[in-house]
Ligand binder design. Structure first.
Ligand code: BDR
Ligand code: CA
Length: 311
């Protein structure tokens, strides 16, 4: 039976590729896409998610708009990486499919209450505002979540939006703190992993020559967003962060990591949003996450290319 997932997202080109990978994968049953403010404001993320579903010719997918700002802070966005629309790089038509009228947080709560206990996996690939708001509003849903597989945080690789913090956690550290303290099994895919999943030329060209519209679209997005990280890190390509979550669901053997304690810094003057990972177990804090540290990048891109070819 396909694994039931909800993708919580702020598209973002790499979010878009994660959604496409999920839509291409029969092992996964995408119950809905919940959108959050992050890379760009909510009206754009909830628009972009629908553009991506229509690109994959899946207009029946349910897309929900959620929180338009972090729990306690002003929204920080990332147009400097993703462009003004969040999906800069290629021109795609405005979506015709509707946005659901239910708020994303209500959808999360209703779905987790309706589905059997332990049968729904959450895949957050943006700031954790929707997930934490649902947990705070309806604590009864927390033990019903099978697992949370999230892209966020960094440890040995340090930060990308500040010297200490990764973007998704930095935007809403209070939300991240709630999620990491909830007691739900967490698979954490940090920058340590995603900075190994680089869009080299041969990998991008393999997308571009795929039949259909999806492969060339992914190559077009990549051409746009990789300029920022290539300049910053001096690498051959840019990290394709968010699809790593879906790849872990499809083939966890592509990754390795360890069970550790992860705490979120919510007060530090210089370290706000840092994920403090007790990698060497120097405290007696109980493990609360599987922190992934390595990815088989060739295996990941082979999987992604093979799946995108199906759309
Ligand atoms: C994360 O931040 C966003 O810009 C990307 O979509 C990804 O989810 C990487 O730090
Ligand atoms: Ca994202």
């Amino acid at each position: 039976m396909a694994r039931k997932i909800i993708i919580d997202t702020d598209p973002g080109q790499d979010d878009a590729v994660a959604i496409l990978l999920a839509l291409a994968s029969p092992e996964l049953d995408l119950l809905g896409i919940t959108c959050v403010a992050g890379n760009v404001p909510l009206p754009l993320t909830s628009r972009n998610a629908r553009i991506v579903c229509e690109l994959a010719e899946r207009p029946e997918v349910k897309v929900f708009a959620g929180c338009d700002r972090p729990m306690k802070r002003q929204l920080v966005t990332a147009e400097h990486v993703h462009g003004k629309t969040g999906l800069d790089g290629i021109d795609l038509p405005d979506p015709a499919m509707p946005l659901q009228t239910t708020h994303a947080v209500d959808f999360l709560i209703e779905t987790l209450r309706r589905e059997p206990v332990g049968s729904v996996t959450l895949v957050p690939i943006g700031p954790l505002t929707n997930i934490a708001t649902a947990m705070a509003r309806a604590p009864d849903i927390v033990p019903r979540i099978e697992r949370i597989v999230l892209m966020g945080g960094a440890y040995f690789e340090v930060g990308n939006i500040t010297p200490a913090a990764e973007f998704n956690i930095f935007v809403d550290p209070e939300a991240a703190a709630i999620v990491f303290a909830a007691g739900v099994p967490i698979t954490m895919i940090p920058l340590d992993v995603t900075h190994q999943a680089l869009t080299t030329r041969p990998r991008v060209e393999a997308f571009r020559v795929l039949p259909g519209r999806v492969g060339p679209a992914v190559a077009g997005w990549t051409d746009f967003f990789e300029r920022f990280d290539k300049d910053k890190y001096g690498t051959e390509g840019a990290p394709l962060h968010d699809p790593c979550t879906i790849a872990w669901l499809l083939n966890p053997d592509l990754f390795n990591g360890r069970e550790v304690n992860v705490e979120i810094e919510t007060e530090g003057r210089l370290t706000l949003g840092m994920t403090v990972v007790d990698y060497w177990r120097v405290t007696d804090r109980a493990p609360n996450a599987t922190f992934l540290r390595e990815i088989d990048a060739d295996g990941f891109f082979a999987l992604l290319t093979e799946r995108l070819a199906r759309l």
